[in-house]
Design a protein around this ligand. Structure first.
Ligand code: ADP
Ligand code: ZN
Ligand code: ZN
Length: 685
């Protein structure tokens, strides 16, 4: 394409490196008028890269420079919609990332590589839309509460709804009915789930119910060509349903009619690197933008969503009972202060819990024992010289894994064989301290001779397909006692489990992170939801909690399955402490070879903010190290920025961040900072 005679100037979103600042778009010349949303290939430096036409007319970022021309137009692809571009613009602004960086990052990586001819070939190979619509099998009749929820969801004025109901109360059935209505109206449905592990089950259920429709999955577990195909099917309107993890919130769906966010409280909806967006929050934004209903479902909603429902910003829909009248498991607290102690201070498994497990085994029922720490023991220790298995690269202990006899750092991955003797004094008797799932499995096997004990955690499921095999064994009844981390507490439908036990959950009560109690409560409620899903056994199902603090209000609320009471007490604590949802937070993080360099940058950042009028009404706290300050030899520091007003915080960030980009250029001392980033609405502080 010649570069002469090109009179039209276009603002194009391009993936520019972060140090280029937050420049929205770069200007290019074009011979033809291109609609915003059109995918193009453009020169950037010496490279040829993908871009998205963002606006007709100059974006102003390259004023005074001889403009280069658009190289190629990927005209076979219909332009991305205005709504899609607005969603991306909003997300880039709110989470303080470059527009082009975000816009291109949320496209399938494969799409960014294709030229016009390659794209045309891919499009030609796309299967036409699935089977003819209208062949879906019949759905069960809804309960009165479910019917009311579906009716409210599909009311004339689309709104955001918080669907609150325990596991088994029929939430998914509400999603399915609402989805069926949207599909019947010719619309597309977007369903977001927190983790890939949880997609196969829901995918099977959706595929069965909507056999007459075209369903695609969008998550990071797909191969790049699959992800491209599925994305294209959604973008071309061929796919009726898109089921995906957080990245799917950016799926281009021209006929979008309903958004479902299942397990809306789950931390996995927040991206933890790059653009740290919350897919749950963006789903709500997108619903408003596209005027479609959004349903956020959970047994233990996030306190942010619960508070919005309390205020009337979201409509609350409740499913108070389990379908089929299944009772919720009885919660039994074991007061560990009253249990016999062994030489480690306390027996891992209390006698009453072991008795209860034996009874279940004798009855041919399954139990689930939860411990949120994998490996054999969190640290190895030498009694002679006090050596501990510290990671040389992190401020953390290396975990002892007995299975492959390694010491493994769970932060940087550094792994070594377990030493035969203490590396410092040669003592042969080095001891594990504490316990992880591996040791718990061993202890259970010892205490319950003849029982079939199995374990599922990130270590046992590293190989592709391993999780499915292990879950299959549990479902087939080949396991009596299943040991697992939170991985198994979520989502899986274990019909034959009648007892769930949390052996050591107390750490969540007093953790420094203000969201720890919320997480613990959600985990325990979710775990309790694993038990007694089979109504015939539900009356006998139990949730056991071993605790040193049996009178803690969190456990009192758990006992009565009273989320509302728990939420009310947490919210009043948050309100008096000025924490979210009563304030908005951002976290500025810096990483450097030394803690001083990281802190120095944050101090300079705070000084820069103090000079801005936008800092009024915003509190900036002194830099502190995060709980694990050093990872892989890099020191980390963080600084909390807080305001009662979300708007005030946003205005400050928007003015402040460009100054921070400049800071490192201006002042040589800050070159020691390897990376810095801002996390808006951080999950953990
Ligand atoms: P949740 O998503 O809240 O865990 P589900 O929608 O999965 O609940 O429902 C729990 C069980 O009850 C499922 O097996 C589901 O098929 C069944 N179920 C839900 N609603 C109905 C209904 N209205 N009639 C019959 N069975 C139902
Ligand atoms: Zn020693
Ligand atoms: Zn490490």
């Amino acid at each position: 394409m010649s570069e002469t005679g090109e009179r039209i100037v276009l603002g194009v979103a391009v993936e520019t490196p972060q140090h280029a600042g937050l420049a929205a778009c770069l200007d290019y010349k074009s011979e033809q008028m291109l609609a915003p949303g059109t995918l193009v290939r453009i020169p950037l430096g010496k490279r040829d890269v993908a871009g998205i036409v963002w606006q007709v007319g100059s974006a102003g970022a390259a004023a005074g420079i001889e403009l280069r021309g658009v190289r190629q137009v990927l005209a076979a692809l219909p332009p991305l919609s205005d709504a899609w571009r607005q969603l991306v613009s909003f997300a880039a602004g709110y989470y303080q990332r470059g527009l082009g960086e975000l816009a291109l990052a949320v496209l399938p990586p494969e799409l960014r590589k294709l030229d016009a001819t390659q794209l045309e070939r891919r499009l030609a190979r796309l299967k036409p839309a699935g089977p003819a619509p209208g062949n879906d099998p019949p759905a069960p009749a809804l309960s009165a509460e479910q019917a009311a929820a579906v009716a409210a969801l599909l009311a004339d004025t689309p709104a955001t709804h918080l669907l609150h109901g325990v596991t088994g109360s029929g939430k998914t059935e509400v999603y399915l009915h609402a989805a069926a209505k949207a599909l019947a109206a010719g619309r597309q449905v977007l369903v977001l789930v927190p983790e890939i592990n949880l997609t196969p089950q829901l995918e099977a259920r959706l595929a069965e119910r909507f056999a007459g429709h075209h369903l695609v999955a969008l998550h990071s577990g797909l191969t790049p060509p699959q992800r491209l195909r599925h994305w294209l099917a959604a973008h071309l309107g061929q796919a009726d349903l898109v089921l995906g993890t957080r990245l799917a919130v950016f799926a281009s769906m021209p006929r979008l009619g309903l958004i479902v966010v299942d397990e809306e409280h789950d931390p996995s909806f927040k991206q933890q690197e790059g653009a740290r967006y919350s897919a749950r929050d963006l789903a709500v934004y997108r619903g408003r933008l596209e005027n479609v209903p959004v349903v956020l479902g959970s047994a233990t909603p996030s306190l942010e969503s619960w508070q919005r429902a309390e205020q009337g910003a979201y409509r609350r829909l409740s499913l108070p009972e389990r379908i089929g009248g299944g009772a919720l498991p009885r919660v039994r607290l074991v007061d560990m202060n009253l249990q016999p102690r062994d030489n480690a201070g306390a027996a891992a498994l209390s006698p009453p819990l072991l008795d209860a497990l034996r009874t279940r085994i004798a009855r041919g029922e399954q139990s689930l024992v939860l411990l949120n720490r994998r490996g054999y023991a969190p640290v190895l220790h030498c009694g002679a010289c006090a050596w501990k298995s510290a990671c040389p690269h992190c401020s953390a202990w290396r975990v002892f894994h007995k299975g492959d006899r390694t010491l493994r750092c769970h932060h940087c991955g550094f792994t070594e064989r377990v030493p035969r003797a203490c590396p410092d004094c040669g003592n042969l008797d080095i001891q594990p301290i504490g316990r992880g799932t591996e040791k718990l499995e061993e202890q259970l096997a010892l205490a319950l001779p003849g029982a079939r004990v199995a374990r599922i955690d990130a270590d046992t499921t590293r190989l592709k397909g391993a999780l499915e095999v292990q879950l299959g064994a549990v479902h087939a009844g080949e396991v009596d006692v299943l040991v697992g981390t939170q991985m198994v507490a979520k989502g899986h439908d274990f019909r034959r489990i009648t007892l769930v036990a949390a052996v050591n959950p107390d750490s969540g009560l007093f953790a420094s992170d203000f969201r720890a109690p919320e997480r613990l409560f959600a985990l325990l409620m979710q775990a309790a939801g694993r038990a007694g899903r089979d109504a015939s056994q539900a009356t006998a199902s139990e949730m056991w909690v071993q605790t040193w603090h049996p009178r803690h209000p969190l456990y009192a609320a758990l006992r009565t399955h009273d989320f509302a009471a728990f939420a009310a007490s947490q919210l009043s604590e948050r309100e008096s402490a000025g924490l979210p949802p009563f304030s908005s937070l951002a976290l500025l993080r810096a990483e450097a070879k030394s803690a001083q360099a990281a802190a120095g940058f944050l101090h300079a950042a705070a000084a820069a903010a103090a000079g801005l009028t936008e800092s009024a009404g915003v509190m900036i706290y002194p830099p502190v190290p995060p709980p694990v300050a050093r990872v892989a030899g890099v020191e980390r520091m963080q600084m909390l920025v807080e305001s009662r007003s979300r708007g005030a915080l946003q205005r400050l960030l928007t003015r402040w961040l460009p100054e921070l980009h400049a800071l490192r250029q201006k002042d040589k001392t800050h070159r020691a900072v390897l990376r810095w980033a801002v996390d808006v609405d951080p999950l953990a502080i």
